[in-house]
Write a protein that binds this ligand. Structure first.
Ligand SMILES: Cc1cc2nc3c(=O)[nH]c(=O)nc-3n(C[C@H](O)[C@H](O)[C@H](O)COP(=O)(O)OP(=O)(O)OC[C@H]3O[C@@H](n4cnc5c(N)ncnc54)[C@H](O)[C@@H]3O)c2cc1C
Length: 498
């Protein structure tokens, strides 16, 4: 039995902790705030309840696996998991609206055929087939296996199939997601649909590789899921599973440094100076925090995938509305920007900021647990902003509410109160500078969108969560927990468990 110190109680760290405890190790989690879940927080006020982090769960198989491997009750017995159908409703710049059914390629193609016409629908259907190929080629190395030592292959090889496009005398193939949209989808609404998947993770579609096609594919193939009571319930369930496996939690216990002895990690030093000795240390924190904890000893070597330093953040406006949620309201509506160029220039240009009319996601869950009674509705409106920024909270709220009115007519008349969550709030909850939110690992792009491996240069020190392989997002962070547990239990030969 080894002693394992886990830094942070985010989802990746807790997933690792539960698995390591089941493998017979003594696991202690040190969390600097007073609660578990990292980004998965909840705001409660006047009988309303809101998720302030992610509001939907992609790829629930990752958490199903965690629950199967760590105890008797499956995930479905620990949380109320519900498919979101339609998966999303879209309001495009020209006013066209379409609802896309959950996890059905045929259903999506037929919904697009009705609104955008048969040619556009066929192009999207064909695109999904190619996206599936990219997923099949990259799923194992980019989700299910530890980062390959020869990760350069992933950095160089584009898994999205090449479709030759003739222009004058030249033949080109799409290298970026924007080029996939422009050359293979062509309809501005399909382009907006495609690019919104990259944007939702804070990625610039003009620079994201074509392999980012796996993001819409994942949603179409595995569906979009909601956890009753809000996504914070998933964090609660994972926390309780850890407790059931005798993982010890220390809250209000910020780690100030990683203790090193004879060239290996030997424990953690807490902010109050106390030292907790351990045989392994698992750090579920952002790269800037890890650097500080390393106290000048670099934990990554030359020739490794560097930590992702720049990432986008989010602004979320929580809206308490009078009047019940109308029957048949889509759970998720994406209101697309009316000016793509300005949006991308504002978000990813210099100086970066939030455009006047950003693409926003409006979540309106059909969940009585979130409201004081049936005569009220709890709505969250989210958009991507540059890390650390976006503007003053009131100005941000005004922009988001103005856009959200396209999804919720009469919104302002129904508004009881609102709260704004900025990148500073995210930074306070996760410790990531500027409130940066990591994106999932993607192939190609010269490795720019890969994340550092879970093993480090310091023997006995592993990294977990959204800032390490295989990157950000709930399923990816959950997988990082499985990978770290595998690497500690089985050693460096571990090649993935799925
Ligand atoms: C607003 C928002 C929206 C999001 N939307 C989505 C989405 O739609 N889909 C999706 O899949 N993902 C989304 N994400 C990302 C997702 O929530 C994370 O990638 C996922 O929760 C994984 O988190 P993590 O394991 O990296 O831990 P984090 O959530 O980053 O938590 C890190 C933990 O470490 C603790 N910590 C930091 N420093 C120390 C220290 N020195 N000592 C002790 N503890 C420390 C922090 O307090 C925190 O609890 C969103 C995130 C945010 C903030």
């Amino acid at each position: 039995m080894a002693r394992i110190a886990v830094i942070g109680a985010g989802m990746g760290a807790m997933a690792a902790a539960a698995r390591l405890a089941v493998a017979g190790h003594r696991v202690a989690v040190y969390e600097r705030t007073d609660t578990y879940g990292g980004a998965l927080r909840r705001l409660e006020r006047d009988g309303f309840s809101f998720d302030t982090g992610p509001g939907l769960l992609p790829l629930p198989a990752v958490y199903r696996d965690l629950f199967v491997k760590t105890g008797r009750e499956p995930l479905e017995e620990c949380v109320g998991l519900a498919q979101v159908d339609p998966s999303s409703h879209h309001v495009f710049a020209d006013g066209t609206r379409v609802s896309l059914p959950n996890a059905s390629r045929a259903g999506v193609v037929s919904a697009l055929e009705e609104t955008l016409g048969p040619a556009a629908a066929r192009r999207w259907g064909d695109f999904l087939v190619r996206a599936r190929e990219a997923w099949d080629r990259s799923r194992r190395p980019l989700l299910e296996e530890p980062l390959w030592p020869n990760w350069q292959i992933l950095a160089e090889r584009e898994p999205y199939p090449a479709v030759p496009h003739k222009k004058l005398l030249r033949t080109r193939v799409a290298g970026t997601l924007a080029e996939v949209g422009a050359w293979e989808l062509r309809d501005p609404r399909l382009i907006a649909l495609l690019e919104s998947h990259a944007l939702a993770y804070g990625l610039d579609p003009r620079e994201a590789p074509a392999s980012a096609a796996v993001l819409p594919y994942m949603e179409h193939a595995f569906g979009t899921w909601y956890v009753r009571g809000g996504l914070r319930e998933l964090a609660r369930a994972v926390y309780e599973r850890c407790l059931a496996r005798r993982v010890e939690f220390h809250f209000g216990a910020g780690v100030a440094g990683i203790v090193e002895k004879d060239g290996r990690a030997a424990g953690v030093e807490l902010a109050d100076g106390a030292v907790a000795e351990a045989d392994f240390v698992v750090a579920g924190v952002a790269p800037g925090v890890l650097d500080r904890l390393g106290r000048g000893t670099p934990v990554r070597g030359a020739g490794e995938v560097p930590a992702q330093r720049s990432a986008a953040s989010r602004v979320t406006v929580l809206l308490a509305l009078r009047g019940g949620r109308p029957e048949g309201t889509p759970h998720r509506t994406v209101v697309h920007t009316e000016d793509r160029e300005t949006e991308l220039e504002s978000l990813f240009g210099q100086p970066a900021g939030l455009p006047a009319r950003p693409t926003v996601t409006v979540l309106r869950p059909d969940d009585p647990a979130l409201v004081p009674d049936a005569g009220h509705e709890a709505v969250t409106v989210t958009t991507v902003v540059p890390e650390g920024g976006g503007g003053a909270p009131d100005a941000l709220a005004e922009k988001l509410v103005t856009v959200a009115e396209r999804a919720i007519p009469g919104l302002r008349d129904r508004l009881l109160w609102h709260e704004v969550r900025t990148p500073a709030d995210i930074a306070a909850e996760t410790g990531a500078g500027g409130g940066a939110v990591p994106a999932p690992a993607l192939a190609a792009a010269g490795g720019r969108l890969l994340h550092p491996s879970n093993g480090t240069r310091l023997a006995g020190l592993f990294t977990v969560g959204g800032w390490s392989h295989p990157g950000g997002g709930l399923p990816h962070a959950g997988m990082s927990g499985a990978l770290v547990a595998g690497l500690i239990v089985e050693g460096p030969e571990f090649r993935g468990s799925q």
